[in-house]
Design a protein around this ligand. Structure first.
Ligand code: SAM
Length: 288
């Protein structure tokens, strides 16, 4: 493969910014933002605040999900003309559930130099404090908003053995945790990381059912959240998982005793086995 980078072009810097604590802006990020002519920002007002706090005075151009197509072309023109451009998002690392991949892809295709200025990201910060396995993980971003699509999506993730990382807004956190309980099982281990690096930062670890039950109680429904969920333990027999899955599906329509009886006839398991495997799953609903 030939390196087609035109040396007369500018460089596209992908710059990570703090997710809460301004002290997390790295010296290299600061130097880059002070050195470039143009900053492409998701929210220009917010980024101008950050830039003025470090005495940087670049031209700030809006680059967000609604104008990505049109703006990528204009930014490439500037880069081709030799202008250095820094891409930032509202917080954290651009492109991670934030705009930018199209610009990076087009810059690479055009032979423009692309450089990472790494730093904060809620994904890695949450994983690091989750207490769950970090050797392999799958970042799943935001789940589909519509309930049936979210359930279907999670059903496909139920047998994933890697640790799962989800972003979620405060408004959908309760529904998402209920869906996780239903599709992955009430006793799956998980961690909720709230307001990372901020004043009210906190980390809550427990089973999915415990975390769901604590929402709005010991876990305040305020701020920003990452949900980290353990992958399926490799040694869980398929039958056990299948019994839970069938029970949890039936439980959406039926009372616990009927769901238990029907799960037993569908899977061939003894009723008391179904009960033992699913009694934690049914606890939060019964308490409602
Ligand atoms: N690109 C960003 C990054 O690298 O962290 C993520 C942007 S995404 C649009 C925003 C989501 O990230 C929030 O809804 C929340 O799930 C998570 N998030 C961002 N900052 C956070 C923080 N300080 N604490 C917990 N979660 C955070």
């Amino acid at each position: 493969m030939t390196d087609t980078r035109a040396k007369s072009s500018g460089t596209l810097f992908v710059v990570a910014t703090p997710i809460g604590n301004l002290d997390d802006l790295s010296p290299r990020a600061r130097k880059t933002l002070c050195g470039v002519e143009v900053v492409a920002a998701e929210d220009t007002r917010r980024t101008r605040g950050l830039l003025s706090s470090i005495g940087a005075q670049p031209t700030v151009i809006a680059y967000h999900e609604h104008n990505e197509d049109a703006r990528a072309g204009k930014l490439l023109e500037r880069l081709r003309a030799g202008v250095d451009v820094a891409l930032v998002s509202d917080a954290g690392t651009p492109l991670i559930s934030d705009p930018g991949w199209q610009l990076v892809a087009e810059a690479l295709a055009a032979g423009i130099e692309v450089r990472a200025i790494p730093g904060p990201s809620a994904v890695i910060a949450a994983l690091a404090v989750s207490g769950l396995a970090t050797d392999r993980y799958a970042f799943e971003g935001f789940l589909p908003r519509r309930a049936h699509l979210r359930a279907e999506y999670l059903r496909r993730l139920a047998r994933e053995t890697r640790t799962l990382v989800f972003f979620e807004s405060v408004h959908r956190l309760a529904d998402t945790l209920s869906a996780l309980v239903e599709q992955l099982g009430a006793d799956r281990r998980a961690t909720i990381a709230r307001e990372l690096t901020k004043l009210h930062e906190d980390v809550y670890a427990g089973s999915l059912a415990e975390l769901r039950a604590e929402l709005g109680r010991s876990i305040p429904l305020l701020g920003e959240f990452v949900i980290v969920v353990a992958g399926l333990a490799e040694d869980v027999p398929v039958e056990t998982d299948e019994i839970r899955r069938v029970f949890e599906l039936l439980r959406q329509e039926l009372p616990p005793d009927k769901a238990t009886a029907l799960t037993a006839s569908i899977t061939g398991a003894a009723r008391n086995t179904v009960y033992r495997l699913t009694r934690v799953a049914s606890a939060p609903d019964e308490a409602d």
